[in-house]
Design a protein around this ligand. Structure first.
Ligand code: PGA
Length: 255
């Protein structure tokens, strides 16, 4: 069985003191939780401070992006080697804000995912369609193309431990989540596409839903058979809301 994962994407929010306070509150609240993997992804510059606050708590540390390169003359970039040095286990890659605001292409995201797995980091590779693409009936075409770029860049046997996040762009930060049925439909498609590349791959990979996940909608989303947890933006900035979402992931496995 796939253990659910709830990942907090803090984006470019907070400062040092509030990041420490949030990490400590999540660490305290997660101490009693079993049956869910909890992850926080602060901005790069707070990774070390947050790592210190997590100490022995059952909360993993991740980053929000990384370079496709290992090191060298790449001004402003952060290498996966550096992330590993700071205790990161996970890295979010190809978030729609990276794709749409900073021009990351499917090919670049594929190279980043390949680099992450080569460094034993677990990529959380994001895919998802815009509202216009959904309305044009192109959801599967877009998500399929984004997945194929990853599948072309990475050997299938290296992908089994990876995580895919389905994040419809129209649901991110809008308060308008996909319905559980809409999410399930795309998640099932993601698994099919992965298994078309390598039998069993779709069943091995965890597929998270992201886009306006909140304490009051998380459980119904996570109850869907192909939804293995969530990538949470806004609600991850409040410890109580984030922990409630983590508990919803546990409850959804016993429903
Ligand atoms: P949201 O963001 O939960 O604020 O919609 C999700 C994400 O961008 O990962």
């Amino acid at each position: 069985m796939r253990t659910p994962l709830v990942a907090g994407n803090w984006k470019m929010n907070g400062e040092l003191a509030s990041s420490r306070a949030l990490a400590s509150a999540v660490a305290d609240g997660a101490a009693g939780l079993a049956g869910v993997e909890v992850l926080v992804c602060p901005p790069f510059c707070y990774l070390q401070a947050v790592a210190g606050c997590l100490a022995d708590a059952p909360v993993r540390l991740g980053a929000q992006n990384m370079s496709d390169q290992l090191g060298g003359a790449f001004t402003g970039e952060i290498s996966g080697l550096m992330l590993a040095d700071f205790g990161c286990r996970y890295v979010i890659l190809g978030h729609s804000e990276r794709r749409h605001l900073y021009g990351e292409t499917d090919e670049l995201v594929g190279r980043k995912v390949a680099r992450a797995v080569a460094l034993d980091l677990v990529p959380i590779a994001c895919v998802g369609e815009t509202l216009a693409e959904r309305e044009a009936g192109a959801t599967e075409e877009v998500v399929g193309r984004q997945l194929d770029a990853i599948l072309e860049a990475v050997a299938a046997d290296r992908l089994a431990g990876a995580v895919i996040a389905y994040e419809p762009v129209w649901a991110i930060g809008t308060g308008r989540n996909a319905t559980p049925e809409q999410a399930q439909q795309v998640h099932a498609f993601v698994r099919q596409r992965l298994s078309r590349r390598a039998p069993g791959l779709g069943e091995a990979v965890r597929v998270l839903y992201g886009g306006s996940v909140k304490p009051d909608n998380a459980r119904r989303l996570f109850q869907m058979p192909d939804v293995d947890g969530g990538l949470v933006g806004g609600a991850s900035l409040e410890a109580d809301a984030f922990l409630a979402i983590c508990r919803a992931a546990i409850d959804s496995t016993t429903d």
